[in-house]
Design a protein around this ligand. Structure first.
Ligand code: BGC
Ligand code: BGC
Length: 620
């Protein structure tokens, strides 16, 4: 069945036809938005297979096995191991940076790895990968975009593409051509610490935005263009559906449910031409995804026709069983094409062991040679398609553009559109730029680290001036108000009296996977006390909440005359000020339900009506 979908691209409405492969976007209709699946972009990676097979036919088994290995930069014994083991890929995990974190240093480091790869007999270029999950977030001075949950609130696929084009340019500027993004998890239970990496709880919304993110990173075609960056849809499949929102946990449901909730975004990403997919740490009915041949090979590569390659998550195959060689066998036979190998507890990575084990399994016939050839063919397809053989180097002109004002402007637009106004009584918002005395309160108001959240410079993120460039909300407010307005700042909630309005900024501390799971999502006692202290002065209180998920507001909702969910907006605090002072109209809508209490944290199993439903958001 074919249907007509609509989506809003910048200021114009575009009508495109697509198939119902995504299922009917019922709840998107609720948001006043329908979608998105342009039919024309399917990409044929197999079209270069004559050339790929010619390369393959020259390769020894060792050269093939090397292509299937991706080692973390911090896990290499020696850079020359790239050459020695014919490694197909190197990555930087969240904490793996070169000695200093400048773009130029990254470029130099990445080029050194590439030089190693090009010294091998067949000169097969290296693919370098990184978690550019909200902008090129590991690099000092790069633009940091809102995390996915905020981008979900924009409901703006065209903006998503533009934002990821910026990310691609910044990634390419460091010599890197592969981003482990977008995360197309459909997070069900917001106790999950990766909820903010998900665009929302609505399958169709995630599919629509994820597909545009792929197009933004790769371009319409993954190609030799200098800013075409290989995208990696992750984490296949059901990462956002684990019981009680447990990270790396277990999905318990039948196959029909698994497919209905989590498969359509992968179909959309494949249709958009995604060249790589990362497998999830999680399990489905007790079986680790990394060993699930049915879902990896039959469904993804067979049924959905995925021609790119499947990469494992960080040391994830090690979790399949206590016997590493069995893990290698199960994952490769299951359909994994490239294995991500980090350092183990201060030890260099076990890539030599992986290669030896896999070689042995091939020689014993336990992993068929045809499976190895298929994996390597898939990896080479992408490298050929990207033109890496002809041009393995980046365009150095891009390096200077990292963190440019033009890029920040796109991020600022993302921030503006991501804010959801949950309450605005008595037209408290927009604020006048001519108030006599404005108080800004709360440590989050002047802290880039809190504004950006996890996966920023470091894996878990941290508080403070984590990166150069960017604007905290306090600075943005000072730049926005008239010269006659006195802005005083109270990080600790002292000296609040005498204001015409108080902007209180509260929220979560940075966290990422493994450390972000919670049993409740209540605002902290000190945040609540701060809002109440502001309220006690008698001035109108505008609360701005930075968080990776909806939080239980308790008395803060009543104590605030206006309240904005600002998610984790990233470096461009200017976008928040734009909405506060009316330079931009709020348009953001909730991408997941907002709970009244801690019994309502699962979107899949709702208990009673939420405080605010999906699609809620006020404007002025
Ligand atoms: C995460 C992935 C990430 C990878 C590399 C894993 O722990 O689950 O999302 O891409 O690490 O940093
Ligand atoms: C790395 C991350 C990775 C995580 C998983 C960290 O040390 O920096 O990239 O996702 O470990 O265990």
């Amino acid at each position: 069945m074919h249907r007509q979908y609509l989506y809003h691209a910048a200021r114009k409405t575009v009508r495109v036809s697509g198939t119902t492969i995504l299922g009917l976007p019922v709840s998107l209709a609720l948001l006043g938005l329908t979608l998105t699946l342009p039919a024309a972009f399917a990409q044929d990676f197999a079209k270069n297979d004559a050339r790929v097979d010619a390369i393959l036919s020259q390769m020894t088994l060792d050269e093939k096995l090397g292509q299937m290995v991706q080692v973390d930069m911090g896990a290499l014994h020696d850079k020359a191991d790239v050459q020695k083991y014919f490694l197909g890929s190197v990555l930087s995990g969240g904490n793996s940076d070169p000695a200093d974190n400048e773009p130029q240093t990254w470029l130099k480091a990445v080029n050194e790895f590439q030089t190693q790869a090009l010294q091998t007999r067949l000169k097969i270029p290296l693919l370098y990968g990184i978690d550019a999950v909200h902008g090129h977030n590991n690099i000092d001075g790069a633009v940091v975009l809102p995390h996915h949950i905020g981008l979900g609130a924009t409901h703006d696929p065209a903006l998503m593409r533009q934002a990821e084009q910026v990310t691609a340019q910044e990634v390419a500027g460091t010599g890197i051509r592969w981003a482990f993004a977008p995360c197309i998890a459909v997070a069900q239970d917001e106790r999950w610490g990766r909820t903010y990496e998900s665009y929302g709880s609505d399958t169709a919304l995630v599919g629509a935005l994820g597909a545009e993110a792929v197009r933004g990173l790769q371009g319409d075609q993954l190609s030799s263009g200098p800013t075409s960056v290989l995208a990696c849809a992750k984490h296949y499949i059901g990462d956002g559906g684990t019981q009680n929102g447990k990270d790396q946990g277990n999905d318990v449901c039948d196959e029909a449910t698994l497919r209905k909730l989590y498969l359509p975004p992968y179909a959309a990403a494949i249709k958009a031409g995604v060249g790589s997919i990362m497998v999830s740490y999680s399990s489905w009915n007790g079986l680790k995804m990394h060993a699930n041949r049915h879902l990896l090979t039959e469904v993804l590569k067979g049924e959905l026709g995925f021609q790119g390659f499947l990469v494992s998550d960080w040391a994830a195959i090690d979790q399949i069983s206590p016997d590493y060689k069995k893990d290698v066998e199960a994952s490769i036979n299951g359909g994994l094409d490239m294995i991500m190998i980090p350092a183990a507890l201060g030890q260099p990575g076990n890539y030599a062991e992986f290669i030896a084990d896999l070689k042995d399994l091939v020689n014993l016939g336990q992993v068929p040679q045809s499976r190895i050839d298929d994996a390597v063919r898939r990896i080479l397809r992408i490298k050929v398609q990207m033109g890496l053989f002809e041009n393995p180097w980046t365009d150095p002109a891009l390096t200077a553009q990292i963190g440019s004002p033009e890029h920040r402007q796109v991020a600022r637009q993302c921030v503006r559109e991501s804010l959801v106004v949950l309450k605005n009584s008595g037209h408290a918002l927009p604020l006048s730029k001519n108030l006599k005395h404005l108080v800004v309160a709360g440590p989050a108001a002047d802290d880039l680290g809190l504004q950006c959240g996890g996966w920023t410079i470091s894996w878990q993120g941290s508080t403070g001036a984590v990166t150069h460039g960017g604007t905290t909300l306090l600075t943005a407010i000072r730049q926005t108000v008239s010269s006659g307005t006195e802005v005083s700042y109270s990080a600790d909630g002292q000296n609040l009296a005498g204001a015409d309005a108080i902007i209180v900024v509260v929220g979560e501390k940075p966290y990422a996977e493994m450390f972000g799971d919670r049993t409740n999502v209540d605002l902290s006692v000190s945040d609540t006390a701060l809002v109440q202290a502001a309220k006690a002065t008698g001035a109108p209180v505008i609360t701005v909440l930075y968080s990776g998920r909806p939080m239980v507001l308790g008395p803060v909702l009543k104590a605030s005359q206006a309240l904005i969910a600002a998610w984790l907006p990233g470096t461009e605090g200017t976008g928040v000020a734009d909405v506060l002072f009316g330079d931009a109209h709020p348009t953001g809508k909730l991408p997941r339900p907002w709970p009244k209490n801690d019994q309502q944290l699962s979107a899949q199993f709702p208990s009673g009506k939420p405080l605010f439903p999906v699609g809620y958001g006020l404007t002025y």
